[in-house]
Design a protein around this ligand. Sequence first.
Ligand code: ADP
Length: 637
Amino acid sequence: MSGLRIVLLEDNANDAELIQEFLQADHLCCEIVRVQSRADFEAALKTVGIDLILADYKLPAFDGLSALEVTLRERPEVPFILVSGTLGEELAVEALKSGATDFVLKTRLSRLVPAVRRALREASERAERKNVEQALHRSEMYLAEAQRLSHTGSFGWYLLSGEIYWSDETYRIFELDAAIKPTVQAIIDRTHPDDRVRVQQIIDRAASERKAFTIEHRLLMADASIKYVRAVAHGVNGCDPDRFRFVGAVMDITERKRTEQTLLERESKIRRLVDANIIGIIVWNFDGEILEANDAFLRIVGYEREDIGSGRVGWRDLTPQEWLPRSERALVEAGQTGRAQPYEKEYIRRDGSRVPVMVGLATFDASGTEGVAFVVDLTERKRAETEAHESELRYREVQRELAHANRVATMGQLTASIAHEVNQPIAATVTNAQAALRWLAGQPPEVEKVRQALGRIVNDGNRAGDVIGRIHELIRKTPPRKEPVDINKAIREVIELTRGEAWKHGALVQTHLADRLPLIEGDRVQLQQVLLNLLINAMEVMSGVSDGVRELLISTARADSGCVLVTVLDSGPGFAADSAERLFAPFYTTKPTGLGMGLPICRSIVEAHGGRLWASANVPRGAIFQFTVPAHPDASS
Ligand code: ADP
C-alpha cells in the first residue's frame, strides 16, 4: 500500500507523531495532513484523493463526532476512524452507529494499523461494488434504450411460481400498465382472438416440455389496431430444477410484417400478370437481346422459347425497319427517366406477318442497361376499331338511303300541289303563245306586244324549269356534300316548292329572315329536306284546326357560338308537354298514314351537320321546331 493520503484531526503533536510512527512502522507509506479546526478539516476534505480520516474524539476547537458528521455529508466514501484516548464503550458504539468505520484507543495504538488496513480494504471493496453497480446501471440503461429502439422487449418466466417478469419495452409492446404483474392469461387476453388457441397450445407445450420455443402471433390492441409480435425463449435451468425459467425476447414485427405483406401482394400481382399470360413480358437489354420472355410474348410474336433464348432473335429483329426509330426513342426515354410512355408499334411475327402492339418500357436500375417491357397485342382492338369504322360507314349509308327515301316520299305527297305549280306557268305560256300568234297575224303585226308575250313565256318557262330542277335535285340521290349554304335562300326555295301545299291546307306562310346571316357549312339538299319536313308537318297538323288562323312563321337568326338558328313556328294543335322528345323517336306517328321517320331523319341530318334540333310548345297554341347549324368556318361575322 503506498501513497496513502490521510487527514489526521489531532491537536496533540505528540499523539500525531506517534500515530504516524505506528503507521510507518508497519510500512504504511502515507502522506498525513494534520488539521485541528473545523475550517481546516473541511478544507482538507475538499482535497481530492483522501483515502482515510483519523480523528481524535476531543479537541479544543472541534470534536470527532462533528467531524464524522461533516465527513458523512461531504465524503461518505472515505473511511473514518476515531482515535481517542478517552472514548468509553457507549460513545464508541454510538460513533459506529453514526457511521464511523472503526475506533482505536490511543492506549492501544497497536490496533491502529490493522484497523486502518481493514477500513481501507472495506472502502476499496465498497468503491469496487459501487463501480460495478454503476456499470450495471449503465448497461441496464443501454439495454433499455436498445430494446426501445429495436422494439424488442425481454421477459423471464418462472415455471414453478408462474411469475413472469417483463422489461419496460415488453410492457410497451403489449401496451399494459407497468404496475400490473404480467400473467399468461394477460398475454392470451391481449392476443388476437383468432390466434389465441394456437398461442395457448404453444405456451402449454413449452411449459410441459421445457423446450425452447418461438411464437409469432397478432395482438389486438385497445384501439382495435393489430400488432404482430414474435417471441423467442429458451429454458434456463440453473442448479435448481425448481427454479427453471424461460428467458426470452419479444419483438414488435408489425412494420416488417406490413412490408412483407406489401411485397407479397405486389409480387403476387406481378405473378398473376405474368401467369395470366395476357400481357407479353420481356426482359431486354440495350444490345437488343431478349433475356427472358413469358408465354404471352412468345404467342404474340409466334416464336418458340428456344428462338428467343438462343439469342438468335432480339427485339430489334422483331421490329420492322420503320418502327425502329420509335423504339429507339422510347429506349432513350427509358434510359433517362427509368421508364418510357407506352407507345404503339408493330412486331414482325415468325411467319412474316405484322402484329400491332402497345409497348411500355421500364429499366431495372439507375445504370439502365436492362429493363422490362410490357407488350399488349392490339390485333383485336384494331379489328374492333376497323369494324366500328365500317359499321359507322354502313350506318351513314343506311341513313342516307333513309333520308333519300323520305325525300322521295315527301315529294310524292307534294305531287298534286307541285303539278299545280308547274301547270300554272305552262298554262300561262300557252295563253301568251296564243296571244302572240294573234298579234303576229294582225295587219300590221303588233311586234311590240309579241315581244312582251315572248318575254313572259321565257319567264314562265324558267319558273317551271326551276321548280322541276329543284324537285329533281331533291329526289336525286346525291352523295352528301360540304359546301357553303345560304340558309335564307334555301328556305325561300322550299317555301316556293310548298306554296301549293300551303294553299291546299289553308296555311298562311310568313318569314322573318335575318339579314347578313353567315353562310353555313353543309349539304343544301339535306338541309332543305329538314325544312321541307318541318313545313309539311306544320301544314298538315294545322289543317285539322277549324278555328282561328293557320299561321306558319319561319325565321332565322344568329345564335350563340357561331351558329345559325332556324325556327319553324305554327299555330296548330301542338303536342303534350311531356312528349317533345317522343316526337323524335323512330316510328312515332299520330297520323293514320304516317311513317314516323320524318323527325328522326331530320334530327340525324342536323346532328351530322354539328347542330341540334328540338321541339317546344308555342303559346297560346301550336308547336315550335328549332335547329342550329354551325356557320361556315370562313364565314365573316
Ligand atoms: P310522320 O309525319 O310520319 O308522323 P314525323 O316524324 O315527321 O312522322 O312526325 C312524328 C309525329 O310528330 C307526327 O305524327 C305528329 O304527331 C308530331 N308532329 C310533327 N310535327 C308537329 C307539329 N308541327 N305540331 C304538332 N305535332 C307534330
